[in-house]
Design a protein around this ligand. Sequence first.
Ligand code: GRF
Length: 217
Amino acid sequence: MRGRKRIAVLISGRGTNLQALIDATNDPNYPAQIALVLSNIAGAPGLARAEKMGIATQTISHRGHATREAFDAKLHEALIAAQIDIVCLAGFMRILSDQFVRRWRGQLINIHPSLLPAFKGLDVHARVLESGARISGCSVHFVIPELDSGPIIAQAAVPVLADDTEESLAARTLEAEHKIYPLALGLLAGGKVKLEDGRAVFSSMPTNLGLLINPLG
Ligand code: GRF
């Protein structure tokens, strides 16, 4: 397919969402290709997933930069050098500066393991269990300067079971993440969703953007 968007995936860890995106881009009809995987952690396991597929990788440590802005400027340089169109955050454990977020506005998306706007931030699954919520899930959203607050592109809901632990809920949620991240990136790369006036605006609604996943059937 011609004119596939060039994607950078930013990771800090194991990269299972990266893997789901790699798998999606193996379909020649998918409107995006991964041109670069960037990590702030040397040896992050996700880097090996990319290398195995022949995808370029780069590590830029956040250490040794005087400010957040200085680190983000290095990221930005690497993205421009690789002619990146869209940046996907996939377990990237650094908060990005307002300046970086503004530069990539509408072309920067993130996956978060909760049904936003509930449970922003870290330790989501522990807080979901603590809250007694019976449904949880995950969200892919445009990134704006406020953490985990940008317009939502796609979500999936999963049940919270009575005997769930953080690990079991995380695993169920992760499976759902692997479904909606490729879906949301495909919509953005295919020009079917845009960030406009602080909202996710869809040119058509070809897909169900809220998945209900119930392993109990
Ligand atoms: C996922 O749960 C994602 O929602 C969160 O960080 C985790 C990354 O997992 N932002 P992986 O590295 O993609 O396996």
